[in-house]
Design a protein. Structure first.
Lengths: 342, 553
């Protein structure tokens, strides 16, 4: 579904609030029909970027265009091109869902008859038709999120920008939300989605941008980003029995660099290593283990995930801010420790 | 008792940590200091009979009463609603604290704040005392009386808080009730004085609900304006009885209502008539005329969507509510006209008109902040302002839609009371010109109230704060200036009173109808000019604010 026509183009975007740099020379391009996972720690600059894209905020320098339309100079056009769902729902009291959508449809100048059809369409798309007569404020958070998406779709925008759409949703609602977003992407919409639920995001995004400390730390496909950020790799060596597992671990420690973390999980019969060793070193290690008669059942590299990449980027930004060396990603360390404990 | 102290400590500390509370205290201290400075003797002649000191004392007294009416209701009513909405009341109710400890803790904390407010006035009062002519007993009696008034306002505030669902509603109702027991009761007696009818007798008793006549008696005033509300009956005694009973009864109701049921408020799931059977639909059509549960039609192209949205999202903005409001106002207007038309021979039709005018302005002052003060602040607070900015509608269209929703409601309200004026013109056709002047003054009163509330709304991000500020300004404008008029000649001179009344469109309307006590003033057209200029300035400021808020940050 992704074609190669760029829809969102951000060039050297910066935003300063006095001395504070909220956004520092951020540049990225997004093609039509793609889903961008826009992630970063709190205060990283995600919402600032989004607010500039939707015309709610003015950048200090740099440009941002959507479908070739300048987000700062051509506000009226941008508003028709973008559907924005902020993290705060923005409800009105005493209004039913249908009336709520009718108001926004009218505000976008959609004719009455067309509006009625359009409301039915978006409610159907978001599986929210059954709640059309409910009062907006009486809806649960998950239902409100669906109505929020329906609202953003009313004027048929090319680009949808969703700030934390899965926030506070139960697992079932989250799955529904994921399906809705995939359906929208399949219809050719370009989506920019921010979320702190990274496993969820990694399932739907074809591109990921990680921002931290106002700067873009990584941008590309999930594989590209994790490869770029994860300088340490996690290797797992599984054995047929637990006999002499600790001696083997000592041997592994000697063969790897001194900073490598080697943990033993006797319950799983696994030795897990966090190392920066090259493929050649790892091949040598495997050869040595086999030659020594250690009963190796599996020797594999654990694929780095988005969570790990995110934490690496956040730590790097924090280290940059404090002027200290970035510590090892917590996710991997924590996971390894918990597994050792088992 | 210990639990009660815990609540007092927490509430009072939270209040004192708030910058706004500090600003209020500083403002009160400065305002009262200014009053004393203005009245401080500058010549070498000593004021041996203490007249100047007593005048200053009266200024301070009315200032303190005004401050109490405007400031005190805010905190108790919003405090409880915030606890309910923030679910902290649940934690309190689940703690070992009893309901009465929670209630007395809250009330105690609010009274603690009142004492701080009094403390802020102490330097000014001490200076006044030093000027001579006052005894310590006078000062203590005044503070005791005001403490009683404030206690009643605190109880009312907490009681309203147990019913309200939002801070705006709590504020609206608190001010409404405060207004209804402090200012409104003085008017019927003023207009019906000298009449022997049972209504006039009832009005005489109704007056005792208000602290103003008792305060006048306490100050031993016998001024021209004061005769309207002052008299020889032991007003203070009856006021103490009424207030004491209302405090005790209100406290008992509050304690009874402070339970988990406050947190179990169901939300309407939105049943709709369109999905009912044909019979039910037909029955509802006949019964309701405008069925509140019918599926509403889409917004037509010729209507401003923001205006329709404002009506729909307002609790009493739906058509069926508006029809009830109009009918209620019309019935009330006719009843008042009929009731007072009987006394027209003795007092003239002017007093009938005056009653209707006061009723209309009271409704305007009570309703307008609720309608207009949440206009922008409410959108900011709920986060929907960003959604509105994201639509292609310009600032002017948004503003027009919002203002028209308020203008239409106020116009309906004003029109609904027209039958009263029709009866006046029927009884005395030569009053047509005066009635027209009254109409203009009332329209200006409505526009001024709306634009003040709307402009205030554009400067705040919290509806509660915007509503409070709007009420304070409107009460100062419409009731505060009348407080100056009540004290005509003692301590305020005719010229000062006339100039002050020029700011008040209500006074202009009462002058136009030649109500008692207003005949000597010449307020029209100068009052209209002042109101028109004020409205124009406010409209410009409002437009610039909305335009600014609509632009990228």
């Amino acid at each position: 579904m992704v074609d190669q026509t760029p829809v969102v183009e951000i060039r050297d975007l910066s935003k300063h609030y006095g001395e504070f740099v909220a956004l520092d020379n951020l540049s990225l391009t997004l093609n039509r029909g793609s889903i961008l996972g826009f992630i970063g720690p709190n205060g990283a600059g995600k919402t600032t970027t989004i607010r500039i894209l939707v015309g709610l905020s003015r950048p200090t320098s740099g440009t941002a265009t959507i479908g070739g339309v300048d987000c700062v100079r051509e506000l009226a056009k941008v508003r028709r091109l973008v559907g924005y769902m902020p993290d705060k729902f923005g409800s009105y009291d005493n209004m039913r869902v249908r009336e709520y959508l009718d108001f926004f449809g009218a505000a976008f100048g959609i004719a009455r008859r067309e509006r009625a059809n359009r409301i039915a369409e978006v409610l159907d798309l978001t599986n929210a038709t059954w709640m059309q007569d409910r009062y907006v404020e009486s809806l649960s958070h998950g239902m409100q999120q669906r109505v929020g998406i329906a609202r953003t779709l009313l004027h048929k925008p090319e680009v949808l920008i969703l700030d934390e759409p899965a926030n506070g949703l139960d697992p079932e609602a989250r799955i529904e939300m994921r399906l809705i977003l995939l359906k929208l992407a399949a219809e050719g919409k370009t989506l920019i989605v921010t979320s702190h639920i990274l496993p969820e995001l990694s399932r739907i995004c074809d591109k990921v941008a990680i921002v931290a400390g106002g700067r873009l730390r990584a941008f590309g496909t999930l594989q590209e980003v994790t490869r770029e950020l994860s300088q340490m790799r996690t290797m797992e060596i599984q054995f047929l029995s637990a006999d002499g597992l600790n001696q083997v671990a000592d041997k592994v420690r000697k063969m790897l660099e001194p900073t490598a973390e080697v943990k033993v999980s006797e319950a799983e019969l696994i030795i897990r290593c966090r190392t920066s060793a090259t493929d050649e070193t790892m091949a040598g290690l495997l050869r040595q283990l086999i030659m020594d008669g250690d009963k190796v059942a599996q020797f594999r590299e654990v694929a780095a995930d988005l969570e790990e990449a995110f934490i690496t980027a956040s730590r790097a930004a924090e280290a940059e801010r404090t002027g200290q060396a970035a510590p090892a990603p917590a996710a991997a360390s924590l996971r390894a420790s918990s597994e050792v404990a088992q | 008792m210990k639990g009660c102290l815990v609540i007092i400590e927490r509430e009072l500390l939270a209040l004192l940590r708030n910058l706004r509370t500090l600003l209020i205290l500083v403002f009160v201290a400065i305002a009262f200091a200014v009053i004393v400075i203005l009245k401080w003797p500058s010549s070498g002649v000593s004021d041996l009979n203490g007249m100047q000191a007593r005048e200053t004392y009266q200024w301070l007294t009315y200032g303190m009463l005004g401050a109490a009416i405007m400031i005190v209701p805010v905190f108790p009513s919003t405090s409880l609603v915030r606890e309910i909405r923030g679910r902290t009341l649940e934690l309190l109710l689940n703690s070992p604290l009893s309901r009465s400890a929670i209630y007395f803790g809250k009330a105690g904390a609010m009274l603690g704040f009142v004492l701080l407010l009094f403390f802020a006035t102490l330097p000014a009062m001490a200076c006044c005392f030093l000027m001579g002519g006052l005894s310590l007993a006078d000062v203590l009696r005044l503070y005791g009386f005001l403490l009683l008034v404030c206690t009643q306002l605190v109880v009312i505030g907490i009681l309203v808080g147990t019913f309200a669902r939002s801070t705006e509603a709590a504020l609206r109702w608190s001010y409404g009730v405060t207004f209804a027991i402090t200012i409104i009761p003085t008017f019927p007696d003023y207009f019906l004085k000298g009449n022997d009818s049972p209504i006039a007798y009832a009005a005489g008793w109704l007056k005792m609900l208000s602290p103003i006549p008792s305060l006048i008696q306490l100050l031993r005033q016998g001024s021209i304006g004061g005769t309207g509300v002052a008299e020889t009956r032991p007003l203070m005694f009856w006021y103490l009885v009424f207030t004491g009973v209302s405090i005790v009864a209100g406290s008992l109701v509050c304690i009874f209502r402070l339970s988990h049921s406050l947190l179990d408020r169901s939300r309407s799931q939105g049943s709709i008539t369109d999905e009912q059977s044909l019979g039910i639909r037909a029955a509802r059509r006949v019964l309701y005329l405008v069925d509140p549960q019918r599926r509403s039609a889409g917004i037509p192209w010729y209507l401003n969507p923001v205006m329709v949205k404002e009506f729909r999202s307002r609790q009493f903005g739906r058509l069926h509510w508006l029809l009830r409001l109009i009918a209620g106002c019309a019935v009330l207007s006719l009843m008042l006209t009929l009731a007072s038309a009987g006394g027209a021979e003795t007092r003239g039709v002017n007093f009938t008109g005056a009653i209707i005018i006061v009723l209309q302005v009271a409704l305007i002052v009570l309703l307008t902040p609720g309608l207009a003060a949440s206009m922008i602040a409410g959108e900011m607070e709920s986060g929907s302002w960003n959604l509105l900015r994201m639509t292609p509608m310009g600032s002017l269209r948004i503003l027009f839609g919002k203002l028209s929703s308020v203008v239409l409601t106020l116009a309906l309200l004003l029109c609904a009371t027209l039958p009263g004026y029709a009866v006046i013109m029927l009884i005395q056709p030569n009053l047509q010109a005066q009635v027209r002047q009254v109409m203009v003054s009332l329209v200006l009163a409505a526009l001024t109230s709306m634009l003040i509330s709307a402009t205030v709304s554009s400067f705040f991000r919290s509806t509660a704060v915007a509503t409070t500020v709007a009420y304070c300004i409107l009460i100062s404008l419409f009731a505060g200036t009348l407080l100056v008029w009540v004290n005509l000649d003692a301590p305020f001179g005719h010229s000062l009173v006339e100039n002050t009344l020029r700011l008040n469109p209500l006074a202009a309307a009462l002058t136009a109808i030649e109500a008692d006590g207003f005949r000597t003033f010449d307020l029209i057209p100068s009052s209209w000019w002042i109101s028109s200029v004020l409205c124009t300035v406010l409209l410009m400021v409002l437009y610039l604010r909305v335009r600014r808020l609509g632009q990228p940050d």
